[in-house]
Design a protein around this ligand. Sequence first.
Ligand code: GLN
Ligand code: ZN
Length: 754
Amino acid sequence: MNSHVLGFPRVGSQRELKRGVEKFWKGQLSEKELVLIAEELKEKHWAMQSRLDMVATGDFSFYDQMLDTIAMLGAVPPRFEWDGKEIGLDTYFKMARGDASKNIPAMEMTKWFDSNYHYIVPEFTQGMTFKQSTSEQIETVRHAKACGYIPKPVLIGPITFLMLGKEFDGCNRWNYLDAIIDVYVNVLRELTEETEWIQIDEPVLCLDLPEEAKKAFSKAYNKLSKAVSGSHLLLATYFGELADNLDLTMSLPFDALHVDLVRGGNELKSVINSLPVGRLLSLGVVDGRNIWKNNLKATLELIKPAVDELGEDKLMIASSCSLLHSPVDLEFETELPLELRDWMAFAVQKCEELAVLRDAVNGCDVSSRLTANADSMAAREKSSLRVNLDVRAAAAGITPQMMQRESPFEKRIEEQKAWLKLPVFPTTTIGSFPQTTEIRKTRLDFKKGNIDKAQYEEAMQQEIRHVVDEQDKLGLDVYVHGEPERNDMVEYFGQQMNGFCFTKNGWVQSYGSRCVKPPIIYGDVSRPEAMTVDWIKYAQENSSKPMKGMLTGPVTILCWSFERDDLSREDICRQIALAIREEVLDLEAAGIKIIQIDEAALREGMPLRASQRDEYLQWAVDCFRITSSGVGDDTQIHSHMCYSEFNTIAKWIAKMDADVISIEASRSGMDLLQAFKDFEYPNDIGPGVYDIHSPRVPSEEEIYELLKKAVKVIKPARLWVNPDCGLKTRDWPETRASLVNMVAAAKKLRQEFS
Ligand code: GLN
Ligand code: ZN
């Protein structure tokens, strides 16, 4: 039985790639120097896979693997004025980042399935042509061979490429199927001479597929399998079960099929039964999406039916998906408590796990390794760090009443209006104000011990007073304290709750050169003491305007952390919900009677398959309601969500029963308002009136026009006026200018409605 990973993280254990790429962008590094860094990283990462039977190639990327595929196919959008020659770093990075000097916008970016990785979205327009325009795949294969490795090139498959792109100007993506396949055929012909296995990723086989895609699969793979005739085609599926695509998948002419047994373990029997005779099965058993040690004994039991039925020479063992989504090396985590560290495995350790599993199946003596692993598992099982009986009891004691506000919205809003006395179309912001270098430095100084707590608090209070002052000048209606004390909306809360730990170097690529270091939830979650009350109380004491308390919601905290694998997502989320509920109640008791609970990630936490979504949305909404429902009728609960695709989940957002929601809308020209024609959202809503992701200052007129559109579908009494999202990434001058215009637009509209 062979072992392999579907891909390896590319950023480097010390984020070498990030540093290199950013220097290159600033002109501090030549193209040659950057390429050298890349070559070194590739070699390092192959060395880290050297205990496996082949190493992944073609998985390295300067920015994103979808962008690499766009480049390989020569699918450069016309606005980049590409000369049609071999695509170099210049055109490549322009597609990713736009060309500011010529005002050419970058290509769009979106989340890769349900992960926090973002890919560049292929654009399909009329009249496109395709031709092979990079030779990265074959060159890397040769490079790996020259280093003495057995390379296994990894490519994004043509159907996944087509499915994940976006159609413009009435273009139909499927018209390009043949042309794209032709390029793949060329690339594969080159590779087949040099390799034994070629991996083609088609994760869309784990999604609900339209008919066209199904048809395209058969057509494409009949051609591709011929092109790899000298080698072997490994068709890789991941991120879920094949389910209703099982028959389609099995009908394709692959030599080996990879399945994700971490998410699709229940399907193994039917996969084995329907696998055509003579084909190989690659068992994705080591979780590429998480940081926990594999339970080797359990894994060997899981795959036993495959070993028995197919025999080890018809099997491969692998990571569930690419290791792109896990940090590189646990070795560097010298500050984690040893007990916790022993529960974890990063990419390097995951490769080793695969080698041990392979050896075990192949009959080598790895008993000492298996025993050590079993000891770790037993220690974790028994550990007091994992379980807190009080938390378990509290979670078990959640009642339906705890998810229910005292009165319906119509009654609550009257009580809130009575004391708030807000004008029609009230103005507010989403929470954060610009995080200046000075603020960041103060936080860092405090962390490093360069300044003491008193100095730190004084500096933050000063910033809060500043933010209050700015809001006075702007004439906003509902204030915020500005969040200067927060580095990150999830980390800030995780650091103050039990059950979370943090790594020094557990970086995972989020997009391009941007990496995140997600908190790790290892045990039952509880809140030892108030986390935000002092700051917000201080802000309220410094203003007579209503101050909005700012919290991150349970679903978002869950989605942006590495979650424990010994408790269901739902159960973890309910624990977090209870902890944040306590914070809500403490804020209310401290006199903060507007509280915003951000659920930026609610939508991205949705399962990939439509059939599983309602179940998720039900518990996710329940968790929000656990958090928000303990307050009195006259306390106003807000929530903020960072996306505009409102239509499909409008019903569920309504079920959250927040008194006020703010939602992204400006980038889509308020497309979301269409949803209100189909579904009348019952409570108050603030569709974002300008895009905070760009430094551009929107004019008063422009905002006014958007608001005019909004009042056509939203009752004036229900409409709030606010930006799209928090302002922390912006500068003060543009923030002031934008908000001045926003407030002016709201006032203008008010005159018409009074
Ligand atoms: N309250 C947060 C902020 O303003 C919300 C951020 C977000 O939605 N991503 O920064
Ligand atoms: Zn947002």
